[in-house]
Design a protein around this ligand. Sequence first.
Ligand SMILES: C[S@@+](CC[C@H](N)C(=O)[O-])C[C@H]1O[C@@H](n2cnc3c(N)ncnc32)[C@H](O)[C@@H]1O
Length: 237
Amino acid sequence: MNQHEESTEREELLKIASARLNPAWTNPNFLVLRARKIIFEKWIHEFPQKKLQILDVGGRYQPYRPLFEERISQYIAVDILQTELVDVVGSGDALPFAANTFDVAIVTQVLEYFANPGDAGAHIYSALKPGGKLLASVASFAPRFVDEECWRFTPRGIRESLSLFKKVEIVPETLSLGGLVRTLNLAMHTYAHFQAVRKIHEWTFCPLLNGLGLWLERLKLTNNDQFTPNYSVLAEK
Ligand SMILES: C[S@@+](CC[C@H](N)C(=O)[O-])C[C@H]1O[C@@H](n2cnc3c(N)ncnc32)[C@H](O)[C@@H]1O
């Protein structure tokens, strides 16, 4: 790959990352992505105010890196796919790092891919320093996005996969009512199938459904999370 191709690839990856961190109303995943950013910002704000060594497992795009701003002393991205942003090509359940190396591990939308998520949880646990934080997100009530995914998670499944951690906090990114609206939005987007029809959906029903979902979430009509599409997770070693 020449220098021009490398910088184009980098720009493309950063564009995808930015669209995940700051989702547009035309994005059918708006509700969960928006909520995740708010939840992560609050948690990161409470992290120790020092320079941090950060491990990003599944770090192909790194959407949440900007939330750490100038608090990063080292940022290592591990992914099974090599991209311009990946430092180590490898699997999160066979990490090549010494124990007690990192202050923070970011593991967003990746646990779904491991045949045994508990193994990945144990490897990430080992790579963290005592008191180190795991910042994760996992799909729960969601369609299969790609065939490589193995799992969807319930709160119990998350706790089992992270059983070594001393504290695990799990927050639904959207409760059931918002979750049902997000699922409808995603289903319509999927069935739109053709690029032109998808674009029409993105500029018509999609923002309307996102607005409806947000409104329902704000009304707090229920605390039910059985149809929660995605959970944010904070765990401490
Ligand atoms: C849905 S993407 C999530 C990317 C990013 N973490 C985010 O939140 O946008 C899943 C990523 O996990 C990577 N992945 C899948 N299996 C993995 C494994 N065993 N070890 C490390 N990364 C893996 C994929 O290559 C992909 O980059």
